[in-house]
Ligand binder design. Structure first.
Ligand SMILES: NC(=O)c1ccc[n+]([C@@H]2O[C@H](COP(=O)([O-])OP(=O)(O)OC[C@H]3O[C@@H](n4cnc5c(N)ncnc54)[C@H](O)[C@@H]3O)[C@@H](O)[C@H]2O)c1
Length: 337
């Protein structure tokens, strides 16, 4: 029997990997992709499945009840990824983050409740916990988000869990760490540094570069989402993280090493306001459900950097054609370098 599922934000980085991976892994699933095609949405990521018999694209906004009600018809499961996702942008204009991430999640939850959806999973983020100097955040720890992006996601995260408690909807949340792989929008740090290095331009490193991040391959993140969907408990949150921690400075050095470029390309720029120092999650709860990452960081980083080297046309088109991208960079780095 076929099962129809709704994926929101499927034209984005993680969403498009999830759509392709899920179609390949599960022959019983029919995927409806609801995406507004905001600046970071790009259907070229889904070129290979666009005519797939078990895939449908619905262009629409998660904040528009009519779009959501139309797209969700007949779906028994919702995986909600659609979001504004770039912290730096949220520091320039936070409004759209609350609109899409918080109000959009509310619209979807309401539609899911009315449509009798059986499972609803929100893809949340490690940033809901904020920073900590030592140790690892567990799911029951206090959430202390520090940017408009992470606050808007925290509201969505808690709202999603409240629907299990209040309405009995089978909701779940995954809190994933920094994700990387092919097709990530080139404003994010790995594609940004790689693209800069490939063009022999300076890599803009915030502050002292000693901020620590946990990294996960996009395919491992997608596996974790599907694992929680299958095995996770109603009303529960699950951290998604790996043993791979790195400072941003070390990340820049490794990318340069892979490409055979000099470390002199690293240029320190003024730190971003409120920059979280260290993200660190315990994924014990998810591992107890049987999930394990398959990829080691170094191997995934090499594969990813190679992909950007071999697919320059994809990210160059975004950088060159997108007025949005240019305008953002003019603002984000004004007076910083
Ligand atoms: N990238 C990461 O490192 C990371 C880590 C943890 C969690 N997450 C979460 O995973 C999800 C996906 O992240 P990503 O990196 O793929 O983001 P992305 O920016 O690449 O993709 C977001 C997608 O959402 C769509 N979208 C935006 N506003 C919309 C709206 N109003 N209605 C419908 N669609 C809309 C965009 O068009 C785009 O396709 C987000 O919820 C993010 O918070 C990301």
């Amino acid at each position: 029997m076929r099962e129809k599922v709704l994926v929101t934000g499927g034209a984005g980085f993680i969403g498009s990997h999830l759509v392709r991976f899920w179609l390949k892994e599960d022959p019983s699933v029919v995927i409806v992709n609801l995406d507004k095609l905001a600046y970071s949405g790009d259907l070229s990521r889904l070129e290979e499945v666009k005519s797939h018999p078990r895939y449908e694209f619905y262009k629409g906004d998660v904040c528009e009840p009519r779009d959501v009600e139309e797209a969700i018809k007949g779906c028994s499961t919702v995986v909600h990824l659609a979001a504004e996702t770039h912290v730096d942008r949220s520091l320039l204009n936070g409004e759209v983050f609350f609109q899409t991430n918080t109000i959009g999640t509310y619209c979807l939850l309401e539609a899911a409740r009315k449509a009798g959806v059986q499972k609803f999973l929100l893809v949340s983020t490690d940033e809901v916990y904020g920073s900590r100097k030592t140790g690892f955040f567990k799911e029951m720890d206090r959430l202390s988000p520090t940017s408009p992006y992470s606050v808007s996601k925290t509201a969505a995260d808690l709202l999603t869990l409240s629907y299990a408690h209040t309405y009995g909807l089978h909701t779940m949340v995954t809190r994933g760490s920094n994700t990387f792989g092919p097709y990530q929008y080139p404003e994010k740090v790995i594609p940004l540094f790689t693209a800069k290095a490939l063009s022999d331009e300076k890599l803009p490193l915030y502050g002292d570069g000693r901020q620590v991040r946990n990294w996960i391959d996009v395919e491992d993140h997608c596996r974790a989402i599907l694992h929680v969907l299958k095995k996770g408990k109603k009303g529960e949150a699950y951290n998604v993280s790996t043993p791979f921690y790195l400072t941003n400075l070390e990340l820049a050095r490794r990318i340069l090493r892979i490409l055979g470029k000099p470390v002199s390309l690293i240029q320190r720029v003024k730190d971003r306001p409120g920059h979280d120092r260290r993200y660190a999650l315990s994924s014990r709860k998810l591992r107890a459900l049987g999930w394990r990452e398959r990829f080691r960081f170094e191997e995934s980083l090499r594969r990813t950097v190679r992909w950007y080297r071999e697919n320059k046309a994809w990210w160059k088109a975004i950088k060159e054609k997108s007025a949005e991208f240019k305008e953002y960079y003019a603002k984000a780095y004004a007076g910083r370098v």
